[in-house]
Ligand binder design. Structure first.
Ligand code: ATP
Ligand code: ZN
Length: 306
């Protein structure tokens, strides 16, 4: 039986797997959801351990300047979230407080801060790497994970506004990055298959804004710069649970990243949408995780987690 995304959301909430907050795409996560997600992230850690990536973590906000330098506001202005705060005096604070209490419009009393909400786990890496000096001759492999924000409210539980992404990011010469990239679609399929998720691969594009954006998206598909692995979570269209993005030398130009000889460097990332994988597990194996197949529970380490 096909159920729609909104029916799936209702069932998840009825079973206390997700909790609604009153804002589309912002959910509380119940214990069984969180255990499935952490179990899958643990499996990723194990399966990616032989790669010896450098472990790096940033908070879910990034300097506004870096978001601007990356061109995010040109490509995805509709998805960006920026943080505003209060810098006024006591009288203005009183006005702000009472307006807010009445759920009025208090936006005029806010000023933009120096931070934005992280839109993808890998974004903070490029300025960080530029500050480390030239990239070593054998390149870098970095492991990042973060809550990410995108302003795309929806009643599809798989399209959240705040969700977790675990990534490996490869930085190096074109041939190093291409060699790393070429193995990952099958590798990702294999990891997802081990927890009972048979995925399909398709070329994809990023949700660029507007008319120019449609051209950028077509170009991205034509050049094969983005591949997605998708699973039918609910409704009639499979949802991407893993993306493989080849940025070419884009971030090198934005952030002045250089190889050992001063040449521009290339980058690519593999990103697992952890909340989407958790949703796919509930869709595939049922809403009662105690009844999931033993091998799936085993690979997720569910019998070991508290
Ligand atoms: P989509 O095509 O679904 O909008 P995307 O192409 O924008 O996704 P990426 O930017 O490649 O996605 O993000 C990496 C991964 O993060 C995706 O493969 C997906 O699993 C997950 N992801 C992206 N957007 C969301 C969202 N709104 N809610 C939950 N997970 C998401
Ligand atoms: Zn990335």
């Amino acid at each position: 039986m096909v159920i729609s995304p909104s029916e799936f959301l209702r069932a998840l909430c009825d079973h206390k797997i997700l909790f609604e907050t009153g804002v589309d795409g912002i959910y509380g996560r119940g214990g069984s959801f969180e255990r499935a997600l952490l179990g899958f992230e643990g499996l990723l850690t194990t399966r990616m351990a032989p790669d010896h990536a450098d472990l790096l973590r940033f908070p879910p906000v990034i300097p506004r300047r870096d978001m601007e330098t990356a061109g995010y506001l040109s490509s995805f202005p509709h998805l960006a979230g920026s943080v505003f705060s209060f810098t006024g005096d006591e009288a203005e604070a009183r006005t702000l407080g009472s307006l807010a209490k009445e759920h009025g419009d208090w936006s005029a009393l806010q000023t933009q801060t120096e931070v934005c909400l992280t839109p993808a786990a890998c974004y903070p890496i490029y300025p960080w790497l530029a500050a480390q000096g030239a990239v070593a001759a054998d390149g870098r492999l970095i492991d990042v994970s973060s809550f990410c924000f995108r302003h795309e409210p929806s009643d599809d539980p798989a399209r959240m506004q705040s969700f977790r992404m675990r990534e490996h990011v490869k930085i190096g010469t074109q041939s190093q990055v291409e060699a790393w990239h070429s193995g990952w679609s099958e590798r990702g399929a294999d990891i997802l298959r081990s927890v009972g998720l048979e995925t399909t691969e398709a070329p994809a594009s990023d949700p660029f804004f507007g008319r120019t954006g449609r051209m950028l998206a077509a170009n991205q598909v034509a050049q094969g710069f983005k591949l997605e692995r998708s699973y039918l979570i609910a409704g009639s269209r499979p949802t991407p649970v893993m993306s493989l993005n080849y940025h070419h030398d884009h971030f090198s130009h934005d952030f002045d990243l250089k190889g050992p000889g001063g040449e521009p460097i290339h980058s690519a990332c593999v990103a697992f949408g952890l909340d989407r994988v958790a949703l796919a597990l509930f869709s595939a194996h049922g809403l009662d995780d105690t009844k999931w197949p033993a091998d799936v529970r085993g690979h997720l380490g569910l019998d070991e987690l508290p």
